[in-house]
Design a protein around this ligand. Structure first.
Ligand code: CA2
Length: 164
C-alpha cells in the first residue's frame, strides 16, 4: 500500500516567509510543502498539501479525507488549534490518525496558546522545530501507518483519552 497523507495548514500560514520572520522563520509555506513532497516521496508516500484561512474548509477537508483515499493527516491548525470545537470534532470523525504540528512551541508562549482542542483527537504532536515540525510529524505518521510504532503507543492510539 502506498500511504497517502493530507497535510493541512490553517489561518495566516500563507504569510510564512513574508511576515514576522523572527517568530516563524523565513521559509515559505510553498517551500515547506515542497520539502514534504520530497521527504514523503523518499518514504514511498504520496503527499497532498493545502492551506486555508477558513475553518469550514479545514473541517470539510478533514471530513472528506478518508473518502478521498487518504490514510492520515498532518495538520497545523494555526490559531484554530486553541479555539475550534468544529475542528476537534472533524478530526475525531475523520477516523484517521491525525498529527498536530506547530512551527513555534505554543506551550512556551502566551497562556491561551497552551490549550489545544484539536490535539484531543490527535495521535501525536510536534512543536517548536520550525518547518522541521511538519517533516517530523509526517515521518511519525508514516511509522504509525506502517505499524512501526512501539506496541504500547499503538494501543493508546486505538483508545485515545477523551477526558477533560
Ligand atoms: O506555531 C505555530 O505553528 C502556530 O500554529 C502558528 C499560529 C499560532 O496562532 C499558533 O498558536 C501556533 C499562527 C500562524 C500565523 O502565521 C503567520 C506567519 C507569518 C506571519 C504572520 C503569521
Amino acid at each position: 500500500m502506498t500511504p497517502r497523507v493530507l497535510v493541512l495548514s490553517g489561518p495566516n500560514l500563507q504569510l510564512l516567509g513574508a511576515r514576522e520572520p523572527a517568530l516563524y522563520g523565513s521559509t515559505t509555506l510553498a517551500e515547506i510543502h515542497g520539502r514534504l513532497l520530497e521527504v514523503g516521496g523518499a518514504e514511498g508516500a504520496e503527499i497532498e498539501a493545502r492551506q486555508s484561512n477558513h475553518e469550514g474548509d479545514l473541517v470539510t477537508w478533514l471530513g472528506e479525507a478518508a473518502r478521498d483515499g487518504f490514510h492520515g493527516v498532518v495538520i497545523n491548525p494555526g490559531a484554530y488549534t486553541h479555539t475550534s470545537v468544529a475542528l476537534l470534532d472533524a478530526a475525531r470523525a475523520s477516523g484517521l490518525p491525525v498529527i498536530e504540528v506547530h512551527l513555534s512551541n505554543p506551550d512556551a508562549r502566551e497562556p491561551f496558546r497552551r490549550r489545544t482542542l484539536v490535539g484531543r483527537a490527535c495521535l501525536g504532536r510536534v512543536a517548536g522545530f520550525g518547518p522541521l515540525s511538519y517533516e517530523l510529524g509526517l515521518l511519525g505518521l508514516l511509522r504509525h501507518l506502517r505499524r512501526e510504532m512501539p506496541p504500547e503507543i499503538a494501543a493508546r492510539v486505538e483508545q485515545p483519552a477523551r477526558g477533560a
